[in-house]
Design a protein around this ligand. Structure first.
Ligand SMILES: Nc1nc2c(c(=O)[nH]1)N(C=O)[C@@H](CNc1ccc(C(=O)N[C@@H](CCC(=O)O)C(=O)O)cc1)CN2
Ligand SMILES: Nc1ncnc2c1ncn2[C@@H]1O[C@H](COP(=O)(O)OP(=O)(O)OP(=O)(O)O)[C@@H](O)[C@H]1O
Length: 211
């Protein structure tokens, strides 16, 4: 056990390894600067600032920083939901009540995550979000996202679809992680936009021509 990507395609695994190596080479100052720039652009997105509820996540390690964004959204009166990883890699949710309310949780041998300390709302809580911020390692020109391989957000997207919920789906990445093509499997679902330190890029919704 321990390796998350063991059942998925080798192409995804190789690409993940390369992308993670690139992130891990980033100096800490760059990670911080990226978080600040990304927050600025994300706050220009009407889908986020006009949302009543946004499902987000707390960045860890060399992920582009999200804490400033979480605080800014919360300060604007947005209800921010944060994930808590369940043993089967599904996600439960809790309300973000400020940086002091986060607890560090070690899940097996993985990077420790920061999770909400309060009441757990259940995996279906995400279906009430007007926008979902997703972590990832890359996104391509179609909006197809490469995640870490746990399948947690694949499940979130499947759950949203089943519930008929259509929140804005926004992935947060570094500039170099917006690539031409990532390997996609039938269960993968495209996101609507990517926010990087240099700005916002929206993807066309192929199933909704004319929008
Ligand atoms: N900040 C953050 N929170 C998140 C996610 C995420 O990607 N980032 N998740 C997204 O689903 C869920 C948790 N899943 C995670 C899966 C793997 C690792 C991780 O650090 N993996 C190791 C490699 C472990 C292995 O492959 O065995 C690593 O990346 O170094 C972290 C979170 C929910 N919360
Ligand atoms: N709806 C689902 N329910 C349960 N498992 C799923 C679902 N969708 C995908 N999976 C499984 O999750 C695993 C990881 O899938 P994939 O490689 O696409 O992850 P990812 O999208 O890169 O990661 P993540 O969703 O965690 O960001 C695969 O084994 C896949 O079969």
């Amino acid at each position: 056990m321990g390796h998350l990507g063991r059942t998925d395609e080798p192409d995804k695994r190789t690409l993940r390894r390369e992308l993670l190596a690139m992130r891990n080479r980033l100096p800490e100052d760059d990670v911080e600067a990226a978080g600040a720039a990304l927050t600025e652009h994300a706050l220009e997105l009407g889908e986020l600032t006009h949302a009543r509820t946004v499902a987000a996540y707390v960045s860890v390690g060399s992920e582009p920083g999200t804490l400033a964004l979480l605080d800014a959204l919360r300060a604007r009166g947005v209800r921010v939901l944060l994930p808590a990883l369940l043993p089967d890699n599904d996600l439960d949710w809790g309300v973000y009540a400020g940086a002091d309310s986060l607890v560090q949780v070690q899940h097996g041998g993985r990077t420790a995550l920061l999770e909400p300390a309060g009441e757990r709302l259940g995996p279906d809580a995400v279906t009430g979000a007007d926008a979902v911020l997703l972590p990832g390692l890359a996104v391509d020109a179609r909006g197809m996202r490469l995640g870490r391989g746990g399948g947690s957000y694949d499940r979130v997207l499947a759950r949203l679809e089943r519930a008929g919920a259509r929140p804005a789906l926004v992935v947060l990445l570094y500039d170099a992680e917006v690539v031409a093509r990532v390997p996609a499997e039938p269960h993968d679902r495209p996101v609507h936009a990517v926010v990087t330190p240099s700005g916002v890029r929206r993807f066309r919704r192929p199933q909704e021509p004319g929008r």
